[in-house]
Ligand binder design. Structure first.
Ligand code: AMP
Length: 413
């Protein structure tokens, strides 16, 4: 199938050709006709499938007849709500790329940066608004934007949006838009709470499911390293010295872990940077830009910070900590091996993470090869050491940690 077959307008086709896309991806083939048909839709697809263009292209097309409205009289007709700032700016960039030969105006608003320039752009009039929930509601409260003319509402990465606690904001935003509108919900996974949200705000939606699991993992050479938790840093340094080259994205579960690893890598002479939720917007953007332009080779991130970020040309992903949600593993490694290239993923599994490997293997339907040839093996046959106390503990103290262990333990959150 070609983009022409999707009945897209020639000025959009020109932009697509200039971007270098040969043919629509699966999610685009299935979603674009439904959106052009003005139907509500639930799309289960993860980042990397081309889902942004799957809503951006038909939205631009649906608005083309309004493109010549004078700037000041422009009304916001399409609203895209996105959970993170990085994702919002990426979506905004996509609208600019695909809409470059149109007279449609789009802008992005998000928190963590000055509100004034955003107010100015809004005052000048836009057709398409991409926003994170908090800043959107803030500007609406100040009467600086009007959602009365929304024709299409997109909720992107709905599962992440709910995970991040935006459920009430999302519902509020939906209520601020007109009743008669088209709603598109995109989500990597469709857990019960996303289903519930969809049931309350979508009207007889079509369902599109893109199984990224097999395709995302097919082009990635995966390896798992069983390693004691305390040796993970050494193993990481060992692999960076000897095995893993190029642009590397390292995932850790906690912000604390991300910071700690960044310090160690810097101390060892690596050009690394990190992104997580405690970093300011400009810090995150700077780190991302440095990574994308090749100025730094290693980016360390938490899942939430990295979700949805489009990083191309990635050579390897290291799962320094294994994710407890198997789908997250697929999202993570799906970032390498894109566009016909082969990527590599290296997962570090400590004794307490073995069950995560099991669930991941169940999800992807295959065994991840084990790399045993490394200096810090975790004996897979070794039984966990259980320290039995000689005197039976009182019921009262059961499960409590000793004073010494409490002292040693650092908080992870
Ligand atoms: P997304 O899933 O929207 O984050 O897109 C992932 C990447 O795929 C982005 O770098 C897009 O520019 C790229 N992309 C989107 N559509 C196509 C297409 N039809 N052909 C090739 N690349 C595409």
């Amino acid at each position: 199938m070609s983009f022409k077959d999707l009945q897209l307008h020639k000025i959009l086709l020109r932009a697509i050709a200039e971007t270098g896309y040969d043919e629509p991806t699966k999610v685009q083939q299935q979603t674009i006709p439904v959106v052009l048909n003005k139907k509500d839709v639930i799309v289960s697809a993860q980042t990397g499938t081309g889902k942004t263009a799957a809503f951006a292209l038909p939205i631009l097309q649906l608005l083309l007849d309004k493109q010549d409205t004078p700037k000041r009289s422009k009304k916001i007709r399409a609203l895209i709500v996105s959970p993170t700032r990085e994702l919002a700016s990426q979506i905004g960039q996509n609208f600019k790329t695909y809409g470059k030969h149109t007279n449609l105006r789009s802008t992005v608003i998000f928190g963590g940066t000055s509100i004034e320039p955003q107010k100015d752009v809004l005052k000048k009039g836009v057709d398409i608004l991409v926003a994170t929930p908090g800043r959107l509601l803030d500007l609406h409260k100040q009467d600086l934007l009007n959602l009365d003319y929304i024709e299409t509402l997109v909720l992107d990465e709905a599962d992440l949006m709910l995970d991040m606690g935006f459920i009430d904001d999302v519902k509020k935003i939906e209520r601020l838009c007109p009743k008669e509108k088209q709603t598109l919900l995109f989500s990597a996974t469709i857990p019960f709470k996303v289903e519930q949200l969809a049931n309350t705000i979508l009207k007889s939606p079509e369902r599109i499911q893109i199984h990224a699991t097999s395709s995302a993992t097919k082009s990635v050479e995966q390896l798992v390293y069983y390693v004691p938790k305390r040796n993970k840093i050494e193993l990481c340094l060992h692999l960076l010295r000897n095995t893993i080259k190029g642009n590397i994205l390292i995932f850790r579960r906690t912000k604390f872990g991300v910071d700690k690893l960044e310090k160690t890598l810097l101390k060892n002479g690596y050009s690394a940077n990190s992104i997580h939720g405690d970093k300011s917007q400009s810090e995150r953007q700077t780190a991302l830009n440095k990574f994308k332009t090749g100025y730094i080779k290693i980016l360390i991130a938490t899942d939430v910070a990295a979700r949805g970020i489009d990083i191309n040309e990635l050579d390897a992903v290291i799962n320094f900590d294994l994710p407890n949600i198997p789908e997250t593993y697929v999202h993570r490694i799906g970032r390498t091996g894109r566009a016909g290239k082969t990527g590599n993923s290296y997962s570090f599994c400590s004794a307490d993470e073995k069950n995560y490997v099991k669930s991941i293997q169940q999800l992807i339907g295959k065994q991840i090869p084990i790399e045993e040839d490394h200096p810090y093996p975790l004996d897979p046959k070794a039984k966990p050491i259980i320290h039995k106390s000689k005197t039976p503990k009182s019921k009262h103290k059961k499960g409590r940690k000793s004073k010494n262990s409490k002292k040693k333990k650092k908080r992870w959150y």
